[in-house]
Design a protein around this ligand. Structure first.
Ligand code: F6P
Length: 522
């Protein structure tokens, strides 16, 4: 598989020329006035997701150059290598196979024989573990003695499951409460422990490595609380979700569900890490969630670049980041159940593509991951949309709206949808006012993702769409999207500082850290 960094492709220079000639001055209002078919030309259906890309600063010629760039950079071969289980995470010598977690079982032996060895070996294990985990989920659902399920995990072992349980609140089993503890800040766990009882609580200790200090500390404290409050049956009340089953056993947990090193932490909601979701929405719901993601995998794997939604989104991301110079993207879910979706996307995009060197370790001459941030609409409108409309920076906005409401309060949903449409419209059309203060420059780009309904299947598809989009932009940028060395240094330094808080030893510390340490000790 040959990859070519985006700036080494012939298309890169042509894109620079296109930006200098027409791109910089591109005006959305003129583009719509000149082309009655723009909405159709720049919208795209993918499984469970309709995307209106027409309010982006792009014309047909530029889009064509971007497709050329994707082709020349070898993104299709890279994608195929990922699906075939090649060790494309080369800095950790690992395959990247989260898509296998949602792949249906082989229908017959010939399919297994034709598959790459790793797929043939691992897929049966995926389905055996999935069946066992879903049977366990069903048993917990049926167990009236368990009223509270507490997921202890952080990063990918928290953000995905938490986002999904909240997003699918309309499908969540009644009669059980679901809690998430991630921060090592004891305020979080301590507050929860006041509200639950050991005999009716199930703790899920979710950690790929089973070494993450926050999760281990919270798990230890939960176990100590459980035992000191009279709890005895650890096998019933603690379950570990990890690739490191021996460490979970050593911790004293015998009920475990495993997964594999070819699942990255931020891509792990589809694995045993998703157990809390499976308990919440049930085995059928969880299978639908996997099914929606698989449909998006197939779209990404097989659709031509020109009608491949993850590819089209990633190309826009590159166009904005590297030519327009936009540094962030605002995520605007117009559905309160998607309130953790921006946080989830932050890890997905910024931990994957927040890299400054290429696959060979050479410093990159261009920007990579944008900053992602956002809050649900309409709340966001009353907080920071002022800046989106009239601030000095242009920030592309990615709306998500859902056609169907799952409540029957009259008037609310049309109002919500009207606001989503109006904000996207206002960003684009602007409003001329000679006074300055009331002038809206407009021409501010947005993408509008539309789901018919927020269901396990559509959420699965939406999340897989985002995963693949991040893959494509990382691939174009020539980086390894699947490691996260950038989180290591702070962890190591925290280990060095922690004993100093007790001893006061400031030897070798910089002046600021030493000063703060001294203040914390007085
Ligand atoms: O922040 C680094 C990281 O390794 C993430 O990639 C991961 O999701 C998180 O920590 C939690 O890791 P684990 O599941 O191993 O506890």
């Amino acid at each position: 598989m040959t990859r070519m960094r985006c700036d080494h492709t012939p298309a890169w220079g042509l894109l620079q020329t296109a930006f200098n000639t027409t791109g910089r001055a591109f005006d959305l209002r003129s583009a719509f006035a000149a082309d009655a078919g723009r909405f159709d030309a720049f919208s795209q259906s993918a499984p469970h997701v309709f995307a209106d890309l027409s309010k982006n600063l792009i014309d047909v010629a530029t889009q064509q150059l971007l497709f050329d760039l994707a082709r020349q950079s070898g993104v299709q071969a890279h994608r195929d290598a990922m699906f075939a289980g090649e060790a494309i995470n080369h800095t950790e010598q690992r395959a990247v196979l989260h898509s296998l977690l949602r792949k249906p079982p082989f229908a017959h032996a010939e399919q297994a024989q034709a598959a790459p060895e790793i797929i043939a070996n691992e897929l049966p294990k995926v389905h055996a573990t999935l069946s066992a985990m879903l049977a366990y989920a069903q048993a917990v659902r049926a167990d009236a003695g368990i009223t509270d399920v507490v997921n202890i995990g952080i990063g990918g072992s928290d953000l995905g499951p938490q986002m999904a349980v909240l997003a699918l609140e309309g499908f969540v089993l009644e009669g059980k409460r679901f809690h998430f503890v991630s921060n090592v800040d004891g305020h979080e766990l301590a507050a929860l422990l006041k509200r639950i009882k050991p005999e009716s609580t199930l703790f899920l200790i979710a950690s790929k490595t089973f070494t993450t200090i926050e999760t281990m500390t919270n798990a230890q404290s939960a176990k100590a609380w459980f035992e000191s409050s009279g709890g005895t049956d650890i096998a019933r009340h603690f379950c570990a979700l990890t690739t490191n089953v021996p460490a979970a056993n050593a911790f004293g947990i015998t009920t475990t569900f495993g997964f594999w090193d070819w699942v990255g932490g931020r891509y792990s909601v589809w694995s045993a890490i998703g157990l809390v979701l499976a308990i919440a929405i049930g085995p059928d719901g969880f299978r639908e969630f996997l099914g929606g993601a698989h449909a998006m995998d197939e779209h990404f794997r097989t659709a031509p670049l020109e009608s491949n939604l993850p590819v089209r989104l990633a190309l826009l991301d590159l166009w904005y980041r590297n030519f327009h110079g936009f540094t962030s993207r605002s995520i605007a879910p117009y559905h309160s159940a998607l309130r953790r979706y921006p946080a989830y996307l932050q890890q997905l995009e910024m931990e994957s593509n927040g890299k400054r060197v290429d696959a060979q370790g050479q410093a990159l001459p261009y920007g990579t991951s944008p900053v992602l941030w956002g809050e649900p609409g309409t709340n966001a409108q009353h907080a920071y949309f002022q800046m989106l409309h009239q601030g000095t920076d242009v920030i592309p906005v990615e709306f998500v709206a859902v056609k169907k409401a799952r409540h029957d309060l009259p008037g609310h949903h049309p109002m919500l949808l009207a606001n989503a449409l109006a904000q996207a419209q206002a960003l684009m059309v602007g409003k001329a006012d000679t006074g300055g203060h009331k002038n809206f420059p407009g021409n501010r780009p947005s993408t509008f993702l539309l789901l018919d309904d927020l269901t396990p299947a559509s959420l699965g598809a939406l999340i897989a769409l985002q995963e693949h989009r991040v893959f494509v932009s990382g691939s174009l940028w020539g980086i390894n999207s699947f490691d996260q060395w950038g989180v290591e240094l702070g962890k190591v330094l925290a280990k060095d500082i922690e004993p100093r808080l007790a001893s006061g030893d400031a030897t070798g510390l910089d002046g600021s850290t030493a000063g703060l340490l001294a203040r914390l000790r007085t």
